[in-house]
Ligand binder design. Structure first.
Ligand code: HEC
Length: 239
């Protein structure tokens, strides 16, 4: 084993382990920034493996490899699209696959660059890595994921009651009943019976997402948009 091979194996193994994190820790839900940084680290490991895979002495440069240096970063960027993230993140297996694709792309970016003309791998690797880090700090890709989620909640709140109040009942018992009591009789928090006459579904959802203290904010964690819709449907049905 040459040093180069050892580096290749270690970097690849570390990256694969990192790629499987969504399956190992299924409930882990990092914020957008940490998530992009995870991807940046994954691609850094891939880039290192890509360098290690290239043999310094091979010297057989070939023009076609330029595509392997240029196309993968473009694909990686498309894969960072917020709308895709929203889907991929909810299915652990898909998420792992997404990571493995990122890994392959970063390896190819650097290896392809080196094969094209030695040294180009540094430039193409740097480009890919910069993109991932920059995305993590909110330039372009990251804030859009918030914007992409917003229209969904607007659609939900313009409908009348479209939540599942059965499910809402359970969620209410888990998250709200401590203060408002199981049937909304009230306790630490005010009674919620007849809330329908005070607030529309949309107003209820807005309140749950952004309540005034001392009521705690339970959105976006632990409650997501669907949860809030369902809870609002249940509260609206309280008589
Ligand atoms: C830690 C206690 C606590 C928890 C948990 C809690 N609330 Fe509240 N809630 C309050 C308090 C206190 C108020 C009164 C806040 C105010 O109006 O200043 C309130 C107010 C409200 C109101 C407004 C009532 C009105 O008409 O003015 C609604 C609706 C409501 N809560 C729903 C919920 C729902 C739904 C949940 C669960 C997702 C929840 N609350 C969880 C304490 C709590």
């Amino acid at each position: 084993m040459t040093v180069r091979r050892i580096i290749f194996v270690v970097a690849t193994l570390a990256a694969v382990v990192l790629a499987f994190v969504p399956l190992i820790a299924s409930e882990r839900n990092p914020g957008v920034r940490d998530h992009h940084l995870d991807h940046a680290l994954l691609m850094l490991l891939g880039a290192i493996a890509g360098f290690a895979a290239y043999r310094n002495d091979s010297g057989d440069e070939s023009p076609a490899w330029v595509w392997a240096a240029v196309a993968p970063p473009i694909v990686a960027m498309l894969l960072m699209a917020p709308s895709l993230y929203a889907v991929v993140d909810t299915v652990p297996w898909l998420h792992v696959l997404d990571h493995l694709v990122f890994l392959a792309l970063s390896m190819l970016t650097v290896y392809g660059g080196q094969r094209y003309v030695r040294g180009v791998g540094w430039a193409s690797g740097l480009m890919l890595e910069t993109m991932a880090v920059v995305a993590a700090f909110g330039y372009g890709v990251a804030p859009a994921s918030v914007a992409a989620a917003a229209p969904l909640s607007v659609v939900a709140s313009t409908h009348m009651v479209n939540g599942n109040s059965e499910r809402g009942k359970q969620l209410f018992a888990q998250n709200c009943a401590v203060c408002h009591a199981a049937k909304g009789q009230g306790g630490v928090g005010p009674p919620l019976k007849g809330e329908a006459s005070r607030k529309s579904v949309a107003q209820l959802e807005a309140w749950i997402k952004k309540p005034l203290p001392p009521m705690p904010t339970l959105y976006p964690k632990p409650l997501n948009d669907d949860d809030v819709t369902d809870i609002a449907a249940f509260v609206e049905s309280m008589k």
